[in-house]
Design a binder for this molecule. Structure first.
Ligand SMILES: O=C(CO)[C@H](O)[C@H](O)COP(=O)(O)O
Length: 216
């Protein structure tokens, strides 16, 4: 069964703790999007939020940095209590060093690729990655439509993992619901991030369970 990491980009910001409590017993991690208004047009969250969220839940905190020069935030995020830090291949010319920095800071390291970026381009760093996040929408906003063509990349990553014995989890993010998750899961996805499908519903926990149920 797939693991689910609800994205709090779609949660109730004024009652964030209540939103998190609603999914605490059905989810496997919390996905926190950090946006700088440069790498993507929106602005969201930051290390201060991660620090505030850390003591209110035992769930792992999976931090998706959508920022230019992500190296700047590795240490602040690790100090704030991040478990996994994901950096975009497109956001730095030094993706290898960024992943090394994350490990040095004591966190698991994720590499992220946009829909327009190939798996081939991250081949040299796959041996370092604890997670590969395949964007199934263009990053920056919740509520977009899943791009089915991205399933080929999941399959490619899954094949490479088998062939070379890599240890990374494959995560998807964008447009995930209890239908779109099916083909992605079959191709090898381990973790599904879902924002609007989970939180734009009066029963977020049931929404998380329905994603899991769809992959049983
Ligand atoms: O990184 C993201 C957008 O860039 C998100 O995690 C976003 O919250 C996904 O939302 P949805 O599930 O509604 O597509």
């Amino acid at each position: 069964m797939i693991k689910v990491a609800p994205s709090i980009l779609s949660a109730d910001y004024v009652n964030l703790e209540a939103s998190i409590k609603k999914i605490e017993h059905s989810a496997d991690a919390i996905h926190i999007d950090i946006m700088d208004g440069q790498f993507v047009p929106s602005i969201a969250y930051g290390p201060g939020w991660v620090k505030a969220i850390r003591p209110i839940t035992n769930l792992k905190l999976d931090i998706h940095m959508m920022v230019e020069n992500p190296e700047r935030f590795v240490k602040p995020l690790a100090d704030a209590g991040a478990d996994i830090i994901d950096v975009h291949k497109e956001a730095t010319p030094h993706i290898h060093r960024a992943l090394q920095m994350i490990h040095k800071a004591g966190c698991k390291a994720g590499v992220v690729i946009n829909p327009g970026t190939s798996v081939e381009s991250i081949r040299p760093v796959l041996y370092l990655a604890d997670q590969v996040l395949v964007m199934t929408v263009n990053p920056g906003f919740g509520g977009q439509k899943f791009i089915p063509e991205m399933v080929n990349k999941i399959q490619e990553l899954s094949d490479l993992r088998k062939k070379y014995g890599y240890k990374y989890d494959i995560e998807i993010d964008g447009g995930v619901n209890n239908h779109t998750v099916k083909s992605a899961y079959k191709a090898g996805t381990d973790v599904a991030v879902a924002g609007s499908f989970v939180f734009d519903n009066p029963d977020p926990a049931a929404q998380v369970r329905s994603i899991k149920q769809a992959t049983k």
